[in-house]
Design a protein around this ligand. Structure first.
Ligand code: IDP
Length: 147
């Protein structure tokens, strides 16, 4: 079963949207494997967003993501990587469809509420960056046969 890394960003935590965001992935039928409230160090933030190192917004992005606690999560399910990106919506909330998290709650591209892994390789890398193996809980939900 596929796993992905999702993270409620500091704006989502401050706005009290952790519960709402978790509800959307639960309602979709995905399974929560791990979750924790944590404050990112600059080092961890720079590693996580390493692919954007040369972009003009990199400094602003690292400042923002380290500006308050985030809620880090691992979710499991069929095609969860692609499917969760659909639930999250386009990077820029202006372009994100209504019904998506960014479309419903986001205003600014720099504060777009949530991060979601964009490929199987990123998912493995990001899960290992934020969680140890013993923090990942494997279990079966009997409802899964109906999803
Ligand atoms: P994604 O989060 O939808 O996968 P990426 O292109 O990987 O989008 O960009 C990572 C994050 O960098 C975005 O979620 C957003 O917070 C931030 N970002 C992207 N473009 C800009 C920009 O032009 N200004 C400020 N921040 C940006």
């Amino acid at each position: 079963m596929e796993r992905t890394y999702l993270m409620v960003k500091p704006d989502g935590v401050q706005r009290g949207l952790i519960g709402e965001i978790i509800s959307r992935f639960e309602a979709k039928g995905f399974t929560l494997v791990a979750g924790k409230l944590t404050q990112l160090s600059r080092d961890l933030a720079e590693t996580h967003y390493g692919e954007h190192k040369e972009r003009p917004f990199f400094g602003e992005l690292v400042d923002f993501i380290t500006s308050g606690p985030v809620f880090a999560m691992v979710w499991e399910g069929e095609n969860v990587i692609k499917s969760s990106r659909t639930l999250v919506g386009s990077t820029n909330p202006i372009e994100a469809s209504p019904g998506t998290i960014r479309g419903d709650y986001g205003v600014h591209v720099g504060m777009n509420l949530i991060h979601g892994s964009d490929s199987p390789e990123s998912a493995v890398r990001e899960i290992n960056l934020f969680f140890t193996e013993d923090e990942l809980v494997s279990y079966k939900k009997t409802i899964n046969q109906w999803i």
